[in-house]
Write a protein that binds this ligand. Structure first.
Ligand code: GUN
Length: 293
């Protein structure tokens, strides 16, 4: 039976370190790091994420501002809000929660956030730096959080075959770059799989590490996992669940019950990658703060 990689506990460990650093800055008379988050519309998942990020900021002593706008906001109005924050010297990092309403071009918005405050790592400059192995930029919070988890558990990725399923700009693509770069959580041989991949099961069965980031509940089944492989589940789909008061449950991309019989290590959902994503974001915000000083 696989060891569970406890994202919640590891996140708490890193948050304590961040809180200590913040306390030291504040005791020197400096202001605390400040993260601003823009939330457009009423999407339940986005609201939950933004509120969790806000709580985490408060836990580590960051200032946190949530700017909420109705789904009817125009692209031009939203761009003005982004520019206000770009020019606000009291704010170190800005995230605009995705997805945005259809009439707003997400790419235009994410490219308007100045790279220095782009703690989501979505700006072309930050994506370009990542692709080049230049660590002076910001890496998307979920892949960054996963590398922090790998490091914490001393998981050796060197020379291993890592299979990433999903090629999104937020998770799959940056994850594939991090695992292949020359670093302590890299040096893997990476295969990036997606919806058009043929023989996915055969490829997965050769993986020492699998990162499932496709957004399809329970997609990765036990028979796709080589005995002893390490499985990282990025999925967070909300499925109807009438047995719960809130009416839904969170489903990962991995069929956990079967997968844990084959894997040597596995992240649960919830309590695996989710808390590490928030830690990745806190890490980026602290980095932005230190650079602005
Ligand atoms: N939507 C889903 N994941 C993310 C993320 O990491 N950042 C932002 N801004 N929106 C998201």
């Amino acid at each position: 039976m696989a060891i569970r990689l406890d994202g919640k506990a590891v996140s708490a460990h890193f948050k304590e370190q961040i809180a200590q650093e913040v306390a030291d800055f504040v005791s020197q008379g400096k202001r605390a790091p400040h993260l601003a988050a823009i939330l457009v519309g009423e999407d339940g998942g986005s609201k939950t994420y933004i509120e969790a990020k806000d709580r985490a900021c408060q836990e580590v002593g960051f200032n946190s501002t949530i700017l909420r706008f109705p789904a009817t906001i125009t692209q031009e109005e939203l761009l003005l809000e982004v520019e206000k924050i770009n020019n606000d010297s009291q704010i170190d990092g800005l995230i605009v929660q995705l997805p945005l309403p259809k009439h707003i071009d997400e790419n235009v918005i994410t490219q308007t956030i100045i790279p220095e405050k782009d703690v989501d790592g979505f700006h072309d400059i930050n994506m370009g730096k990542l692709a080049k192995g230049d660590h002076s930029g910001y890496v998307s919070a979920t892949p960054l959080g996963i590398t922090m988890l790998l490091k914490y558990y001393n998981i050796d990725t060197t020379g291993k075959h890592a299979v990433v399923i999903g090629r999104s700009n937020i998770v799959g693509r940056p994850m594939s770059i991090l695992l292949s770069e020359s670093s302590s959580t890299g040096n893997a041989t990476v295969t990036l799989c997606h919806s058009r991949t043929q023989n996915l099961k055969e490829i997965c069965l050769t993986a020492d590490i699998i990162v499932a980031a496709i957004g399809k509940p329970y997609f990765l089944t036990g028979d796709m996992i080589k005995p002893g492989a390490i499985v990282i589940d990025v999925g967070t789909t909300r499925l109807d669940d009438t047995t719960r008061e809130r009416g839904w449950k969170l489903a990962g991309d991995v069929d956990f019950k079967e997968a844990e019989k084959n894997a040597s290590m596995i992240t649960p959902v919830p309590g695996g990658v989710g808390p590490m994503t928030i830690t990745g974001l806190l890490n980026n915000t602290l980095k932005a703060y230190k650079r602005s000083k």
